[in-house]
Ligand binder design. Structure first.
Ligand SMILES: Cc1ncc(COP(=O)(O)O)c(C=O)c1O
Length: 418
């Protein structure tokens, strides 16, 4: 697998035919898969890592004293170290494996929420947030007597610095905000947000579900307090996610789930929690998922984020310009392709997104239809729902061309004269 990239290593552009050979999906399906923001495809090396692990070396990690258990524990911890390096976290112990970004956010909201929120405190939540970074905070507020307030964005998805300054006050304990919106595709300047929050004594929780798979993300450079993401949006099977948090905060926070392996000792009267990261990883962990994520990170490293970003920017430009060129179609967010980072949500005048998705599907194109788990954002924009096409580096111009051809046929298919 590594050799496949020898030919392109150091080059600016990807050998896309060779990249696509790594994804058996393309030989199996005759469809233009443009729903990558929902979940990405898996390269063979990642699936092989998982299947080899379960076929040849399955055993319980942490619990066994026999060599195989020790070996698997070491492999799992090596995967944690790979994730640490990938996001440049100071310590591997700050990297917690979860099921997905949603579980990571629930963990933070439950645990940090009960640790620091008091009646009258405020949690500021971006209006752009996926429900996964909104509902856990609403639940935390309900439990603690705190209040959720919304940080409102402009129609193009930008958050003005002034809006954030005005929203922060002495009661704002947490800002929960996405790094890249799953509707606008816009990347927020979290470094600046973090500076403003910290100057106000506010913690910042960043949702990296749509950024981490597509660009280098360095938690120390961003300056945030927590970052979460999901493996399945960055080439792994479903079921593995990451929570990174600053050690000092994670140490103060109570556990989220309790049970096996997350304690040092238990008596009938007392409990001593295990140190990080085990305190937050109750029960038998997803070893295959962690190994898959480490392999996906190595694979992304072989492809190279410089090439990935260039390729995805080119594909996004073609997608966005094609949408802007199509009559009766309205692009949501900025009109500048460079602000979309692989994501283009849109509406077609007079046509329901479910019809759009069905016509796309008949034309051999997979896209997302609905509110993309961002219903309050759609309310803020004054639209009930939208459609969304999203690309990853392995997509082709031919696939985007297919999408645009079907897009241009939709109104006709629905009986409109033009
Ligand atoms: C911005 C954002 N945050 C969180 C999530 C939730 O991810 P998961 O379903 O993997 O928990 C998604 C998924 O679409 C997302 O786009």
């Amino acid at each position: 697998m590594e050799q496949q990239f020898e030919g392109v290593r150091g080059a600016d552009t990807l050998d896309i035919a060779s990249v696509r050979e790594d994804f058996p999906f393309f030989a199996a399906q005759d469809t233009a898969y443009l729903d990558n923001s929902a979940t990405s495809l898996c390269p063979e090396c990642v699936i092989r890592t998982v299947s080899e692990h379960y076929l040849r070396e399955k055993a319980s990690p942490f619990r066994g004293l026999y060599p195989l258990s020790v070996q698997i524990t070491e492999a799992y911890e090596a995967a944690r170290e790979t994730v640490r390096g990938f996001i440049n976290a100071p310590e591997a112990a700050e990297v917690i494996f979860t099921r997905n970004a949603s579980e990571s956010l629930n963990l933070i909201a439950y645990s940090l929420g009960s640790h620091i929120l008091r009646p009258g405190d405020e949690v500021l939540v971006g209006i752009t947030e996926h429900h996964s970074n909104m509902l856990p905070w609403r639940m935390a507020a309900e439990r603690t007597g705190a209040k959720v307030r919304y940080l409102l964005c402009e129609p193009d998805g930008t958050y003005r610095e002034e809006t954030l300054r005005e929203a922060l006050n002495g009661r704002t304990k947490i800002l929960a905000i996405t790094h890249c919106s799953n509707v606008f595709g816009r990347v927020n300047d979290l470094r600046r947000f973090a500076e403003l929050c910290h100057a106000n004594g506010t913690l910042i929780v960043a949702d990296g579900a749509q950024s981490v798979p597509h660009m280098p993300v360095d938690v120390q450079e961003l300056g945030v307090d927590f970052l979460v993401f999901s493996g399945h949006k960055m080439l792994t099977p479903m079921g593995i996610g990451v929570l990174w948090g600053r050690r000092a905060l994670l140490e103060e926070m109570p556990p989220f789930l309790t049970g096996g392996e997350m304690i040092d000792a238990v008596t009938t009267d007392e409990i001593w929690w295990a140190p990080l990261p085990q305190k937050f990883e109750a029960g038998t962990v997803n070893t295959g998922g962690a190994l898959a994520l480490a392999e996906a990170i190595r694979y992304l490293g072989r492809v190279g984020f410089d090439r990935i970003q260039k390729r995805e920017a080119d594909l996004t430009r073609m997608l966005v310009e094609g949408i802007l060129d199509t009559p009766h179609v309205r692009l949501i967010g900025s009109q500048d392709p460079a602000e979309h980072h692989g994501i283009a949500a849109f509406t077609v005048e007079g046509v329901h997104p479910h019809d759009i998705s069905a016509i796309m599907s008949d034309g051999g194109v997979c896209i997302r239809a609905g509110h993309h788990c961002a219903q309050p954002l759609h309310q803020h924009l004054g639209i009930p729902s939208s459609s969304r096409a999203s690309v990853m580096f392995y997509n082709t111009e031919e696939e985007i061309g297919r999408f645009l051809t079907v897009l241009r046929s939709i109104r006709g298919a629905m009986g409109y004269a033009e």
